[in-house]
Design a protein around this ligand. Structure first.
Ligand code: B12
Ligand code: SF4
Length: 519
């Protein structure tokens, strides 16, 4: 083992891009898992530091701050993690790492690396690309680096600028997730992750953090990545509860956002989890902002979830057209999805629907069917995303076959603003799609005032009134409206009352919300 003086400095950098649509903040679980794995193996022989660009946004000088962080810390090993929508940040930060220290080993990992993007692999400043799960890989890689061994022979790595054309043997996914050390919370100050926009679309009223209880998904939706494999691997309920107990006791956490690919794939395990939470009387809140599979939900699941403290979940409908369901291999049973929405509303769970439009060959009528399905359902929130064929997905291959002369879209600007470029495979122009989406939101949120009333009712135990009012204000602006000149005066008065209530409850956070002079 090495002496304390020669501790290896490893930087963990969570990337963000100027093009991120929503500046959503959650703890960078992936890097926290890497940190725990490294600490468990190398103990005091390494020094780890995190730089999280989602807290130091590039549009507010975060890139320059990242540069200063790298110069101060001068790490020998730099681990980058980011999405494909942040593709252009990888070379920029990698270049800063090499300027801070010429011989730094720069490794790209996380969701974008898992797509094995050719642009990333071709990047001069990046030495290695590390797709998929990283806990075991990073330990093997750092050990090989310390031993002076050939890094391109480590299982799972792909040589980039530092090792062009080289590649280690395949690496298997981790079989037993309970063997992984829990995420390293000593890496960050959890306080800094509070009060920001969360994945639910609202800021959290309670002290919250995010949790992964399983990895992988056995469904085969064409637009989705399979970073964690096509078989669901579960942590034991005991292991998950131990992580939660630690966070409740040491970090004062009272709300968990579970972001598994598919938490409810195993109904019995999910019920056991809720049952154990209820028995412990922890008085917690839970959200499932990454979505649950709706057509396998039943009333007992919903009742148990509610009793355990679940107040929000997203349900992924994607499309209400049976033909599109088949095309995208989602195979949602729409009658069962509708029943899950009805039951969720009846039991008081705030439901956000995830929908997608603009798939290749999808007609306007099929897209409208999806929008109508959402409007007809007693859901409380909806999202209409325009389909994006990310590199590495089956959807990307489908689209490539359909339009062989497709434009190059591998930079993050192309992906982040993809809806401006969809004309080459969607049946409608970007402008038409955009219009459909904006009109869909208008109809969903503002045509029937009972929708907003129900959101407000649910706010008592879920998202608070100030959060709901702020959210609605964003929707109002997106329509190009202002309260003063909104054509529908009944709606204007209704929203004014909501804003007034919000301002009374949280004067500081809601001072900007407009109210009418005469209620
Ligand atoms: C939470 C989440 C989000 C949050 C992110 C919040 C945040 N600040 O990080 C939000 C809501 C913002 C989000 C948005 C999007 N997301 Co998202 N998201 C997820 C989700 C559900 C969990 C991510 C997570 O925390 N995983 C848990 C940790 C443990 O995993 P991890 O970070 O990947 O880290 C592991 C490995 O990747 C690896 N690793 C990570 N970093 C490094 C570094 C090195 C050096 C090494 C060796 C290894 C390594 O080791 C870690 C431990 O095993 C994943 C699904 C999934 N299965 O991961 C999708 C996922 C990452 N998202 C995806 C997509 C498509 C999107 C969107 C593009 C959707 C859209 N159309 O708007 C946007 C883009 C984001 C943006 N900034 O523009 C795709 C990936 C797309 C891609 N190639 O980038 C995923 C995989 C979903 C899917 N199955 O398709 N998302
Ligand atoms: S979209 Fe959801 S259900 Fe479909 S494969 Fe991906 S994680 Fe599984």
């Amino acid at each position: 083992m090495m002496s304390v003086r020669s501790r290896t400095r490893i930087a963990l950098i969570n990337l963000a891009s100027e093009n991120d649509d929503w500046p959503i903040v959650m703890v960078p679980l992936g890097l926290m898992y890497l940190s725990s794995a490294l600490r468990r193996h190398f103990q005091d022989d390494i020094e780890l530091r995190l730089f999280d660009m989602t807290l130091h946004r590039p549009e507010h000088g975060g890139l320059e701050e990242a540069g200063r962080f790298l110069v101060d810390f001068e790490p020998q090993i730099v681990c980058l993690r980011g999405f494909t929508t942040q593709a252009s940040m990888f070379p920029r930060v990698a270049s800063l790492a090499k300027s801070a220290r010429k011989d730094a080993l720069v490794i790209a990992g996380g969701p974008h690396a898992s797509t094995l993007s050719p642009d990333l692999i071709a990047c001069d400043h990046i030495d290695l690309v590390a797709p998929r799960e990283g806990e075991e890989l990073i330990v093997d890689l750092v050990q090989a680096w310390l031993d002076g061994r050939d890094l391109a022979t480590v299982a799972g790595v792909v040589g980039a600028g530092g090792f062009p054309g080289r590649r280690g043997p395949e690496r298997l996914l981790i079989a037993d997730l309970d063997t992984i050390a829990h995420p390293d919370y000593s890496l960050l100050d959890l306080e800094r992750y509070q009060g920001k926009l969360t994945m639910t679309g609202f800021s959290s009223r309670n002290r919250f953090t995010s949790l992964f209880t399983s990895r992988g998904c056995h469904y085969a939706c064409t637009f989705c990545h399979d970073d964690f494999g096509k078989k669901v691997r579960y942590r034991s309920v005991t292991d998950v509860l131990a992580e939660m107990e630690f966070l409740i006791e040491t970090r004062n956490v009272s709300e968990f956002h579970i972001v598994d690919d598919i938490f409810n794939a195993d109904r019995d395990r999910a019920l056991q989890f809720f049952d154990e939470v209820i028995r412990r009387r922890w008085d917690l809140s839970f959200a499932f902002p990454n979505g649950l599979r709706a057509d396998i939900m039943d009333e007992e699941f919903i009742e148990m979830a509610r009793a355990a403290g679940v107040y929000h979940w997203a349900l992924a409908v994607e499309s209400a057209s049976p033909r599109i369901q088949k095309l995208i291999k989602k195979h949602n049973r729409l009658d069962k999805v509708r029943r899950a929405i009805d039951l969720s509303d009846r039991h008081g769970v705030f439901v956000c629907l995830f929908n997608m439009i603009g798939f290749p060959t999808e007609t306007e009528e099929e897209m409208n069917r999806t929008i109508d399905f959402a409007i007809d359902a007693p859901a409380h929130m909806t999202m209409f995303f325009v389909a994006t064929p990310f590199h590495g997905t089956e959807l990307a291959s489908q689209v490539a076959k359909l339009v062989p002369e497709r434009p190059k879209i591998s930079d993050d600007l192309g992906y982040a603003h993809f809806n401006h470029e969809t004309e080459w495979f969607a049946t409608m122009t970007p402008g038409e799609l955009q219009h459909l989406v904006v009109e869909g939101y208008r109809r969903f949120y503002f045509e029937d005032l009972r929708r907003i009333d129900r959101m407000v009712e649910l706010a008592n135990w879920g998202h608070g009134i100030p959060e709901i009012a702020n959210f609605v204000e964003v929707l109002v602006s997106a329509q190009g409206w202002s309260l003063a000149d909104m054509p529908d005066r009944t709606l204007a008065r209704h929203l004014s009352r909501l804003n007034r209530a919000a301002r009374e409850q949280a004067p500081e956070r809601c001072a900007h919300l407009p109210v009418l002079e005469t209620p």
